[in-house]
Ligand binder design. Structure first.
Ligand SMILES: [Zn+2]
Length: 285
């Protein structure tokens, strides 16, 4: 069995910390570098339910996309929910490692996994990393469809292929519009509207879109928008990342058991549909 330090060195090669945004907190959050790792669990969120799942599974390492602590803390008392997570991890000899914006920008990264889940062919990053001469790293991905679909069909595909959530897929645009190119970005994509408009794509699929940016984008252009649950857009990365770690384990002869949590940690848990059917949402007539 490899030591934690050997596994995290391999993870650092997949998702170099240097790719992370300056405000981010990536890397090992808890764990003894000399501890042995046999079983690994991937998940989006380091919440108590996921840590309890790691305990039940007998995992030695939990790898999450979202950081546990982003802004620092002065306490890990178990009276706070994050402190309880830390206590549960340490009491059960489970390490926690985070790959966040470094996994977003990596090649392959979070948006490659999202595009893959939707069956979209990635052409290039939406916001290329200027430090990558190959032009493959960066935020978001621009994708082409081998066969054009309607916005209605694209929304249906997203609803079918992304993990189920209370929200489902919100759509802005003419449902009968033809979609040939799509920008995708796992997680909150609000800040990428200028890049999406500059890319001239037919549709943008992301999460956490707010009223004003969406309204302005719709007034400016015919850009169609698809808004999925944040968790659902990032979960496909867990499967991609798990397969990457399994390949490394096979190559190194580590014999790791690698699992992906299927527990939904989208904080929204219910949805009351309005009386209007989907077909009337945003349709011109
Ligand atoms: Zn996220």
């Amino acid at each position: 069995m490899p030591r934690l330090s050997e596994v995290t060195a391999a993870l650092a090669a997949l998702w170099p910390a240097s790719l992370a945004e300056g405000w981010d907190a990536v890397g090992t959050v808890a764990g003894d570098p000399d501890a042995q790792v046999g079983r690994v669990l991937f998940a989006v969120d380091p919440v108590q339910e996921i840590v309890d799942e790691a305990v039940k599974l007998g995992a030695d390492l939990l790898i999450t996309h979202h950081p546990l602590y982003l802004r620092g803390t002065t306490t890990v008392a178990a009276s706070t929910f994050k402190g309880r997570v830390v206590h549960t991890l340490i009491k059960n000899d489970i390490a926690l490692h985070v790959a966040h914006t470094n996994a977003d920008k990596a090649d392959p990264g979070v948006s490659d996994a999202l595009a893959g889940a939707l069956g979209l062919r990635v052409v290039r990053p939406l916001v290329p990393d200027p430090a990558d001469p190959a032009g493959r790293r960066g935020l978001g991905r621009i994708c082409e469809l081998d066969h054009p679909v309607t916005l209605r069909e694209l929304a249906g595909t997203a609803a079918d292929r992304l993990p189920a959530t209370a929200q489902g897929i919100r759509v802005a645009g003419d449902l009968d519009a033809t979609i040939r190119t799509v920008a995708v970005s796992g997680g909150s994509g609000d800040s990428l509207f200028d890049d999406v408009r500059a890319a001239g794509v037919d549709a943008f699929l992301t999460a956490d879109l707010r009223h004003h940016p969406v309204s302005e984008a719709r007034e400016h252009s015919s850009l169609a928008l698809l808004d999925a649950a944040h968790w659902a857009t990032e979960w496909p990365w867990c499967e991609l990342a798990a397969s990457q770690l399994e390949q490394i384990s096979d190559r190194e002869g580590w014999g790791l058991r690698v699992h992906v949590s299927r527990t939904p940690t989208d904080p929204w848990t219910a949805h009351a549909a309005s009386n209007s059917p989907l077909t009337t949402f945003g349709a011109p007539n």
